[in-house]
Design a protein around this ligand. Structure first.
Ligand code: NAI
Ligand code: MG
Length: 368
């Protein structure tokens, strides 16, 4: 098998520190499982701006388009706050997502047994929680035209954003979600606001058509977004895979994230269209940012990025056994009591980024 091409973009702040720990795991996979990655490292964000004058150098973009998968740390920080909008670190991230055509954002919310006490919700509500939110990422309200702020003839100002989706945009995100549901528990909840927004009436119609023609084995239910937000907090375990429009997904995925207790635990994947061989462009990154308040102190939680790498193995490289192995190692290390400072577990010793990374590698050794 040809070596898998992996582009690593540590970015800024804690992005660089957590990526060091992921590198240990990649090395381990090479040595102990004979899995060779062809790794390139590149610049993005503020550190790219400092070195090259742009947050997304052409070289990085070319490498991203040539790679089988991209693993990203985080970008941004106060050092670059005063830059013009198009030079800001965050533009690098938006730019790479757009150029790679990443229209499906997968955000799992998983509650590890050892961390039920870290959630703000009652443990019986969240224990065993394992849901996946699929957010449409390149269309909808955040991109629809017309948009902007205009001045009316009477002098009043008017702000406009537009919710638009074409049938092909709905179908491709629908298929991504149905495919996932098929691999998991064959249940998909499509979230819309079809009682008020025509665009989401179309969304619902297309989801129903997909289910009837291509995914009859997957159970499809529909829920209005306002109800979905209540249900996520009331009884999140009723869900398995949820699929929704860009802005609805932005809000619901942050809400679901907090059911799990810590931002430092949350991975994500963003997928593009499949080519003729079924390969998709893909970018994996933790949900958190560059955390300038704790950067350089070796206290950041590396697990979100380690779990993002595990999603990369699962979804881009079809290495399900290795992905499971990493997830089991994370579970076991947490069960053993290790916590980084961001995890609100009473009475547990707090360990550094490095110690957490080393512990995961030791656990991988034990498991294999
Ligand atoms: P943030 O996610 O960087 O930090 C929020 C809070 O969570 C901070 O107190 C931080 O210390 C803590 N935290 C985050 N990740 C952690 C981890 N792995 N371990 C322990 N604690 C962790 O979000 P914030 O503060 O709003 O933004 C900081 C910078 O990051 C800004 O420049 C922002 O634009 C950028 N950002 C970048 C993102 C990305 O690269 N995908 C996403 C969100 C923000
Ligand atoms: Mg958000």
């Amino acid at each position: 098998m040809a070596a898998k091409k992996l582009l690593i973009l540590p970015g800024d702040g804690i992005g660089q520190e957590v990526m060091v720990q992921v590198r240990r795991i990649i090395d381990w996979m090479g040595k102990k499982r004979n899995i060779e990655f062809e790794i390139t490292e590149g610049l993005i964000g503020g550190s790219a701006f400092d070195a090259t004058g742009t947050p997304l150098p052409q070289e990085t973009l070319d490498a991203a388009l040539a790679a089988d998968a991209v693993l990203l740390g985080a970008v941004g920080g106060p050092k670059w706050d005063d830059l013009p909008f198009d030079k800001k670190p965050e533009r690098g991230l938006l730019g790479i997502r757009k150029e790679m055509g990443l229209f499906a954002n997968l955000r799992p919310a998983t509650v590890f047994d050892a961390l039920v006490d870290a959630s703000t919700l009652k443990s019986e509500v969240v224990s065993g929680l394992d849901i996946m939110i699929v957010r449409e990422l390149t269309g909808g309200l955040y991109f629809g035209q017309p948009r902007g702020i205009e001045t009316l003839p009477n002098g009043e100002r008017k702000g406009v954003n537009t919710l638009t989706y074409t049938t092909s945009e709905i179908q491709r995100i629908g298929r991504a979600a149905f495919d996932l549901a098929r691999k998991r528990n064959k249940k998909l909840t499509s979230v819309d606001k079809a009682n008020v927004l025509e665009c989401t009436v179309l969304w619902r119609e297309e989801m129903i058509k997909l289910q009837q023609t291509e995914y009859p084995d997957v159970q499809l239910e529909h829920m209005y977004v306002d109800n979905a937000s209540m249900q996520l907090v009331r009884n999140p375990k009723q869900f398995d895979v949820m699929v929704t429009e860009n802005m609805f997904g932005d809000i619901l995925s942050d809400c679901a994230a907090m059911l799990t207790g810590s931002l430092g635990m949350l991975p994500s994947a963003s997928l593009g269209a499949a080519d003729a061989n079924g390969n998709r462009k893909a970018l994996y990154e933790p949900v958190h940012g560059s955390a300038p308040d704790i950067a350089g102190k070796d206290i950041a939680n590396p697990l979100a990025t380690i779990l993002s790498f595990s999603m990369c193995l699962r979804y881009s490289f079809n290495m399900v056994a290795e992905a499971d192995l990493i997830e089991t190692a994370v579970k076991n290390v947490l069960k053993g009591g290790l916590r980084t400072a961001d995890i609100m577990s009473p009475g547990k010793a707090k360990v550094s980024t490095t110690v957490m990374g080393e512990a995961i590698v030791r656990e991988l050794d034990k498991l294999s």
